[in-house]
Each structure stands twice: as structure tokens, then as C-alpha cells.
Design a protein around this ligand. Structure first.
Ligand code: NAP
Ligand code: ZN
Ligand code: ZN
Length: 353
């Protein structure tokens, strides 16, 4: 038994997104049926539609930054009431019992996590379809509570961009007075600035777009460096405790490692296309200064709720540009050229024409 839901997606790799109809399962005992209000556009959506990482299944409805309203819930689902504002991020299912799931790291579930889109759904035996749609059905264990008072448009990007940046800032102990560099000032980059500023760090934005300087200081960065200008990095050698790299395209990591102080860490969040080849890293970039190169993948359900509650207390949300579904292709083009201020969010009511 299933329901037909209006959505927007791509029928093939690199095809423009267009209206599509998808099927959702009828809510089971533990499920929440959510009327989607807003869905953010993450650069991962664009990588997937472009098949940058290989293996995308089409037709594909992207979207994992969902905020909606509870429309109904299964008889055994007790965590939410009709009308509650809820979120769905990157994860909609996992085995729940393996050591990773028990530790709250569902994204690394040993039996295989089910992501919100383009992931094999163990219940329906089909590929999941994401948030560029009007409704979604999700087990209540993976549904997040959106704190009251957070604007739903600005809260939607917290479901991916928020947790993906909060998690490494916490893990690497970002604290007051730390020198933190944020490389790439887009969706993830601007959330890193807001969150690191809320933790008291002294932030430097490294950007290819000179015209983002004013926004970077408005959001809490103290310094701005336009990386394309000759000699721009010279004065920054050995400066940072932590570098958060959110760049979506291949770039020189050795050059950035030189900006770390000794015992500093550079954490990679950006996932450039694998089709364009790996970025080499010199052993000397790490060895001289006992530096660490790390990666960080989204965050588990419990930590995502912790991040939402933190943002609720601090009043942190994304800076968004709300668009209608028919503007998605233009938004993708702008995202491709780095012209994002600082997250596109789809008004899901526009999916109904
Ligand atoms: P975004 O909004 O498009 O921001 C990426 C920024 O990177 C751009 O705004 C631009 O900033 C900079 N940039 C782009 N191309 C560049 C180039 N060739 N050289 C230097 N800088 C460049 O993307 P996003 O949504 O923040 O996502 C960023 C990356 O993180 C994507 O690869 C995405 O797939 C990945 N991601 C990873 C996770 C995870 O779990 N680790 C989660 C979500 C997303 P400036 O204009 O400031 O230069
Ligand atoms: Zn994402
Ligand atoms: Zn598991």
C-alpha cells in the first residue's frame, strides 16, 4: 500500500530537475507522516544529480534538509503530536542494534544506514526519495524535534549543514579564543562561521569570492582572506588551531595544512567529485608540526537533536533564500559557481503548482 506524492527530481544524470510523482509507504505503527514545509538545497544534492560520486540511481528526488509539520502518526508512535514542527536530516533508518547505532553513529551502521535519498529502503525494497516533495513518511526514531521559536526556513538547513559543521567543532573541541579558519563560504561554510562564533572562536574566512567579505563579518568572522589574490596566504602560515574545509571542488590541501599551528587539525567536510582524481598530500605537510588531517561525516540522530537544541538556545539558523520548485535548476547553476547566499530553501507548497 502506498501514496502518490508530488515531487521534483532528475530522470537521468545531469538532466534538469522537473515535476515527478513518487510513492511513499502508508505510515506503519512507528511512522510519522510529515507534511513538508521547506527543504534546503545541499551541494550534495547537486553532486548526486551530477553523479559526481558514481552510482546514483535515477529517477532521483534529492533533499535531506527537511522541516515539516506532523500530519499523522502510527498507533505506536508517541514522540510527536499532529501539528508539531519536526525535522528530517540525512538518515531515515539503520539497524539500531549494532555498536555504531548504539553509540549514536547511525551513519556508520554496520548493517548499512538508510539515507534520506538514493539509499536502499529495507522496508519497501526501493530507493529512497528525498525532501523535494510534499510529504514524507519516517520512523519516529529518526525524526527530530525543531525547537519552538526557530524560523522553519532557516532551521531546515540545520538538518545537514548544521549538524555537519557542529559535530566536528564539538569533536575537535572548538572553544573561546581558538583561531579557526573556514575554507569556502557557502552553505556549510556560513554555518561553521555562525556556530564557531557562538563558541567564542576567532574566525578567519578563506574564500574565492571577495564580495562575500561583508557577510562574513556580519555572521561573526573577524578576518577575511580572498584566496585568489597573490600572496593572500603568506601572513597566515602557522596561525590556526583548526581549519574546517568545506570546498566542494578539488583544491590544494598541502597549501592549507601550512596554515595550521603545531598540533593543529584540518578537518575535511567538502566531498569533491571522485571522477576528477585525488588530491595528493605530502607527508611533510603533516609531520613538521605534528598536524592532523581528519574528515567528518554528518552526525548521528542524538547529536543532531543536541545541535538543534543548542541552536534553539543560541538563536542560530541559516541565512536562506527561499525559492519555488521551478527555480531549483537556476539555484543549482548559481551553486555551481559559488553564488549561494547562503542556502537555497525550497518552499514545498510550490510543488503543488
Ligand atoms: P556550497 O554551498 O556550494 O559551498 C561550497 C563553497 O565552496 C562555495 O560557496 C565556494 O565558496 C567554495 N568553492 C566552490 N568551488 C570552489 C573551488 N573550485 N575552489 C575553491 N573554493 C570553491 O556547498 P555546501 O552545501 O556547503 O557543501 C560543500 C561540500 O560539502 C560539498 O562537497 C558537499 O557535498 C559536502 N558535504 C559534506 C558533508 C559531510 O558529511 N562531510 C555534508 C554535507 C555536504 P567561496 O565562494 O567562499 O570560495
Ligand atoms: Zn547535505
Ligand atoms: Zn546499526
Amino acid at each position: 500500500m502506498s501514496m502518490k506524492i508530488p515531487a521534483y527530481g532528475a530522470r537521468a544524470a545531469n538532466a534538469p530537475l522537473e515535476p515527478l510523482e513518487i510513492e511513499r509507504r502508508k505510515p506503519g505503527l512507528h511512522d510519522i507522516k510529515i507534511e513538508i514545509l521547506y527543504c534546503g538545497i545541499c551541494h550534495s544534492d547537486l553532486h548526486k544529480v551530477s553523479d559526481d560520486w558514481g552510482g546514483t540511481h535515477f529517477p532521483l528526488v534529492p533533499g535531506h534538509e527537511i522541516v515539516g509539520r506532523v500530519a499523522s502518526h502510527g498507533a505506536s508512535a508517541a514522540r510527536f503530536r499532529e501539528g508539531d514542527h519536526v525535522g528530517v536530516g540525512c538518515i531515515v533508518d539503520s539497524c539500531r542494534v549494532c555498536p555504531e547505532c548504539r553509540a549514536g553513529h547511525e551513519m556508520f551502521c554496520e548493517k548499512g544506514v538508510t539515507f534520506t535519498f538514493d539509499s536502499f529502503d529495507q522496508t519497501t525494497k526501493t530507493w529512497t526519495q528525498g525532501g523535494y516533495s510534499r510529504k514524507i513518511v519516517v520512523d519516529e526514531r529518526y525524526v527530530l524535534r525543531v525547537p519552538k521559536g526557530l524560523d522553519p526556513t532557516g532551521a531546515a538547513p540545520l538538518m545537514c549543514a548544521g549538524i555537519t559543521t557542529y559535530s566536528p567543532l564539538r569533536h575537535f573541541g572548538c572553544k573561546s579564543g581558538d583561531h579557526v579558519a573556514v575554507v569556502g563560504f557557502g552553505g556549510l561554510g556560513h554555518m561553521t562561521v555562525k556556530l564557531a562564533a557562538s563558541m567564542g572562536a576567532e574566525i578567519t574566512v578563506l574564500s574565492t569570492s571577495r564580495d562575500k567579505e561583508r557577510d562574513s563579518s556580519r555572521l561573526g568572522a573577524k578576518h577575511f582572506v580572498a584566496t585568489k589574490e597573490p600572496g593572500a596566504l603568506d601572513a597566515l602560515q602557522g596561525r590556526f588551531n583548526l581549519i574546517v574545509d568545506t570546498v566542494s571542488a578539488p583544491h590544494d590541501l598541502n597549501q592549507l595544512m601550512a596554515l595550521l599551528r603545531s598540533y593543529g587539525t584540518m578537518v575535511l567536510l567538502g566531498l569533491p567529485p571522485t571522477t576528477t582524481g585525488a588530491t595528493p598530500i605530502n607527508a611533510s605537510s603533516l609531520i613538521f608540526g605534528n598536524k592532523r588531517l581528519a574528515g567528518s561525516n554528518i552526525g548521528g540522530i542524538q547529536e543532531t537533536q543536541e545541535m538543534l537544541d543548542y541552536c534553539g538556545k543560541k538563536g542560530v539558523i541559516a541565512d536562506v533564500e527561499v525559492i519555488r520548485a521551478e527555480q531549483i535548476n537556476e539555484a543549482y547553476k548559481r551553486m555551481q559557481r559559488g553564488d549561494v547566499r547562503y542556502r537555497f530553501v525550497i518552499d514545498a507548497s510550490s510543488l503543488e503548482g
